[in-house]
Design a protein. Structure first.
Length: 62
């Protein structure tokens, strides 16, 4: 998996956790975290798919 896909997946997981914590505390700021999770999830799929189609081995020069 390309490095950008891994970073986007990490952001997605952290934003889901932040959304859960926000909603448990009763804050509506969790809506922003849910939107960020959706965006980073789409980025994860995009970069993972792009890496598969290009045959990216994760090198910096390719």
């Amino acid at each position: 998996m390309p490095r950008l896909a891994v970073y986007a997946l990490a952001v997605c997981l952290l934003s889901v956790a932040a959304a859960v914590v926000s909603f448990v505390q009763g804050s509506l700021l969790g809506i922003v975290w849910v939107l960020m999770a959706g965006l980073s999830s789409n980025m994860t799929w995009y970069y993972a798919r792009r890496g598969r189609t290009r045959g990216d081995s994760g090198s910096v020069t390719s």
